[in-house]
Ligand binder design. Structure first.
Ligand SMILES: NC(=O)c1ccc[n+]([C@@H]2O[C@H](COP(=O)([O-])OP(=O)(O)OC[C@H]3O[C@@H](n4cnc5c(N)ncnc54)[C@H](O)[C@@H]3O)[C@@H](O)[C@H]2O)c1
Ligand SMILES: O=c1ccn([C@@H]2O[C@H](COP(=O)(O)OP(=O)(O)O[C@H]3O[C@H](CO)[C@H](O)[C@H](O)[C@H]3O)[C@@H](O)[C@H]2O)c(=O)[nH]1
Length: 318
C-alpha cells in the first residue's frame, strides 16, 4: 500500500514507519520536525517536511491509508499552554481529515492515548471505562477520537484509535531522543549514561504501594505490530463507516521506583533518586486491559519491562 505516516520522524512514528517499509509498503513521512530530527525518518521512506495543517498539498488519490502519529504529547506542557494542544492536535487533525476526504483516502490509524481516561476509579482500564481526561493533552486526543467516530458515520471512513499506555524501548536505530526528555525510562537511563547525577521522582504520596505513580509500559516493537494489524482491519469489507478504539498495554503496572530498580538491574549501575512534588496533570495509576484487541485482532505484547529497558539502554549507548 501507499501510506502517509504523519509524525514519522518522531519516536513511535519512525519505528512503525520502519516496520511498514519492512513489510513492503510505500511510505511517505509528513513531519514538520517540531519535536524530532530528520535523520529519524526511516530508510526507504520519502520525507516531506511540512505540517499536517498542509496535508492537502501532499495527499492525493494515490494513497491507500494514513497513519497519524503527529502531535504534541507532553502532559505538563499541555497544562501550562493548553492552546498549543487544541491548535496542533485537534485543528491540525481536522485539516488532515479534510484533506483525506478531498483525496478520497478512507483508512486511518490514529495515535490516541491512555490520557483520554483521566483518573479512572477502575483498574485495569477497558475501552468501556468512561473517558474523562484531566489534562488538555488527553482532552485534545479524546476530541479527535470523537471526530473520527463522526467522520466514520458520515463519510464511510474506516478508523482505529489506538490508545497507547506508556511506550518504551527502541527498534534498531529508532528510539527516544527528545529534547527536553520528559519520559521516565530515558530519564532514568541518563544516570548510568553519566549524563545526570540523579533522577527525579515526581510524587511519592500517591495512593499506591510505594507511593509513586504506576504505569503500564509497552515495548514500541509490540506497539508497531498492533498498527500493522489495525491497518489491515481498516481494509476489511465491513470496516468502512466504523471507528474502533483499542487499548494498547501489557496489563501490568510498575511504579516509578520499580522502573528505577529495573534500570539498576539491567545496567548494573547505581541510580540515585531525588524525591520531588507531583507533576501537574499526572494520574496515580494507569494500567490497561488490552483484551479487546487480543480478541478482535489477535494482538498480544511479547516483551516485558526488562526488555524495554534493555533495548532503550542499547539505543542510548549507540
Ligand atoms: N510516547 C508515548 O508513551 C505515547 C503514549 C501515548 C500516545 N502517544 C502518541 O503517539 C504519537 C507519537 O508520539 P511520540 O512519543 O513518537 O512523540 P514524538 O514527539 O517523538 O513524535 C511526534 C512527531 O510528530 C511531529 N509533529 C508534531 N506536530 C506536527 C505537525 N503539526 N505537523 C507535522 N508533524 C508534526 C513531530 O515533529 C514528531 O516528529 C503522538 O500522537 C502521541 O500523542 C505517545
Ligand atoms: O523524570 C521523570 C519522568 C517521569 N516521572 C514519572 O513517571 C511516570 C511516567 O511518566 P512519563 O512522562 O514517562 O509518562 P506519562 O505517563 O506522563 O505519559 C505518557 O503516557 C501517557 C499515557 O499513559 C500519554 O499518552 C503521554 O503521551 C505519554 O507521554 C509519571 O508518574 C511521571 O511523573 C518521574 O518520576 N521522573
Amino acid at each position: 500500500m501507499k501510506l502517509l505516516v504523519t509524525g514519522g520522524a518522531g519516536y513511535i512514528g519512525s519505528v512503525v514507519g520502519a516496520q511498514l517499509v519492512a513489510a513492503g509498503h510505500e511510505v511517505v513521512v509528513l513531519d514538520n520536525l517540531l519535536t524530532s530530527h530528520e535523520d529519524g525518518v526511516p530508510d526507504g521512506a520519502r520525507f516531506v517536511r511540512a505540517s499536517i495543517d498542509d496535508a492537502a498539498d501532499v495527499l492525493d488519490g494515490s494513497f491507500d491509508a494514513v497513519l497519524h502519529f503527529a502531535a504534541r504529547s507532553l502532559v505538563g506542557q499541555s497544562v501550562a499552554e493548553p492552546e498549543l494542544y487544541w491548535w496542533n492536535n485537534v485543528v491540525g487533525t481536522l485539516r488532515l481529515l479534510d484533506a483525506m476526504r478531498a483525496a478520497g483516502v478512507r483508512r486511518l490509524v490514529f495515535s490516541s492515548t491512555a490520557a483520554t481516561y483521566g483518573q479512572p476509579a477502575v483498574s485495569p482500564i477497558t475501552e468501556d471505562t468512561p473517558a474523562m481526561p484531566i489534562n488538555p493533552y488527553g482532552q485534545s486526543k479524546l476530541a479527535v477520537d470523537h471526530a473520527l467516530a463522526g467522520a466514520a458515520g458520515a463519510y464511510g471512513l474506516a478508523a482505529v484509535s489506538l490508545r497507547y499506555f506508556n511506550v518504551g524501548g527502541a527498534l534498531g536505530r529508532h528510539g527516544e531522543r527528545h529534547d527536553p526528555e520528559t519520559h521516565l525510562i530515558p530519564n532514568v537511563l541518563m544516570v548510568p549514561a553519566g549524563r545526570r547525577a540523579a533522577v527525579d521522582v515526581f510524587g511519592t504520596d500517591y495512593p499506591t504501594p510505594d507511593g509513586t505513580a504506576v504505569r503500564d509500559y509497552l515495548h514500541v516493537e509490540d506497539l508497531g505490530r498492533a498498527h500493522l494489524l489495525a491497518l489491515d482491519w481498516t481494509g476489511a469489507d465491513d470496516a468502512a463507516g466504523q471507528h474502533r478504539i483499542y487499548n494498547l498495554g501489557s496489563g501490568t503496572g510498575y511504579s516509578v521506583r520499580e522502573v528505577v530498580e529495573a534500570v539498576r538491574r539491567v545496567t548494573g549501575h547505581p541510580v540515585p533518586t531525588t524525591d520531588r512534588q507531583r507533576r501537574a496533570g499526572d494520574p496515580p495509576v494507569l494500567v490497561a486491559s488490552a483484551e479487546r484487541i487480543a480478541a478482535d485482532l489477535g494482538w498480544r505484547p511479547r516483551h516485558g519491562l526488562e526488555q524495554i529497558v534493555e533495548d532503550a539502554w542499547t539505543f542510548l549507548q549507540r
